[in-house]
Design a protein around this ligand. Structure first.
Ligand code: KDO
Length: 332
């Protein structure tokens, strides 16, 4: 039988234990590292979904993944500098964004360079990737954790005019993202490139401010560009890729076990995203056709020939590390 006294002691001990326990849980949650990720992409984008599941779960023991979509945290193109300055932890970046800050990277912005997603993966998961990632880490204080296939970029236009060769794009106001490398790609295709933020493209197409845009097919579907365009021209001009960018300041504070966990989570998420996008691209053409779009292949050789020539003659190629083009082409 408990006396009044022992019961009081017992109850207060239990209460104290419960309090410590609940405080313990909230302290450890509060101590988790917050990883804010900023992107112009939507929440339903395949990259967003893969990261919110595979990456977030992979690091959940010691980190909280906090994605911000549709340019709501940082504007498209400002993310890498934000990471370098310690104002952001993560982004989904591109060779075009990297080339703005590190000119050697412009080699990966060249049209018709990468052959397919597997070529891309082998280039970046081998010695070339190691060297080029190190350059970014040394010059920018940003770690590139993994490469993911974003899809192959195709032209998506208003109007019925058939496009067969670059000459047919003359005078077409083609929205391209706002960096020099993207604008050059638009010119290399024969169009009149117009810079515009990704989040404004739907309205730009709807109002006729632009005649077209280029993106991978899964992105065209996700952003509903098919509602405001008439055709997709399968130029396949860029086997596009993204990289998971991570703050080196944050990385350096992690234990080596935690670093290995973050790297694995990034690689697993990227592999899963790549597989989903490849699978989706293979099936998606019939969707656009059912929406009434004309989907066809132009004279791809004519586009490839013009683009490759323009890149080799461009100022960009002067910054390409010696022998890198041949090494990339030699990766089988
Ligand atoms: C775009 O602005 O068209 C683009 O596809 C460029 C990519 O490099 C990438 O930034 C992407 O937008 C965003 O992740 C939004 O999907």
């Amino acid at each position: 039988m408990f006396t009044k006294m022992t019961r009081r002691i017992f109850l207060s001990t239990v209460a104290a234990a419960l309090l410590t326990c609940s405080l313990g849980i909230s302290v450890s949650a509060a101590e988790k590292i917050k990883l804010r990720m900023s992107t112009p992409a939507t929440e339903s984008d395949f990259r967003s979904q893969g990261l919110a599941t595979v990456f977030a779960d992979g690091v959940s023991e010691f980190a909280v993944y906090e994605p911000h979509y549709n340019d709501t945290l940082f504007k498209q193109g400002t993310e890498l500098v934000a990471i370098a300055r310690g104002n952001l932890e993560m982004s989904i970046t591109s060779a075009q964004e990297l080339a703005k800050l590190i000119p050697e990277w412009s080699i990966f912005t060249a049209g018709y360079l990468m052959r397919d997603p597997e070529h891309q993966r082998k280039v970046f998961e081998g010695p070339i990737g190691e060297e080029m990632y190190k350059l970014v880490e040394d010059k920018l204080g940003v770690k590139l954790l993994s490469v993911m296939y974003f899809g192959t970029r195709q032209l998506n236009l208003r109007g019925k005019k058939k496009i067969n060769t670059p000459a047919d794009l003359q005078g077409i106001n083609l929205r391209m993202p706002g960096t020099d490398a993207w604008q050059f790609l638009g010119r290399a295709l024969g169009a009149n490139p117009t810079p515009m933020a990704f989040t404004e493209v739907y309205t730009g197409l709807q109002t006729g401010a632009i005649d077209g845009q280029d993106n991978p097919l899964p992105t065209d579907k996700d952003k509903k560009f098919y509602e405001v365009t008439d055709q997709i021209v399968l130029t396949g001009h860029l086997v596009d890729m993204n990289f998971l960018a991570f703050s080196k300041k944050v990385w350096d504070k992690l234990s080596s076990d935690q670093q290995a966990t973050v790297k694995k989570a990034a690689m697993d998420a990227s592999a899963s995203i790549t597989a989903t996008i490849i699978d989706n691209e293979a099936k998606i053409v019939s969707f656009f056709k059912s929406e009434g779009l004309d989907v066809y292949e132009p004279n791809v050789a004519a586009f490839r020939e013009r683009a490759q020539k323009m890149y080799l003659e461009s100022d960009f190629s002067k910054d390409w590390p010696k022998g890198l083009l041949e090494r990339i082409n030699a990766v089988k």
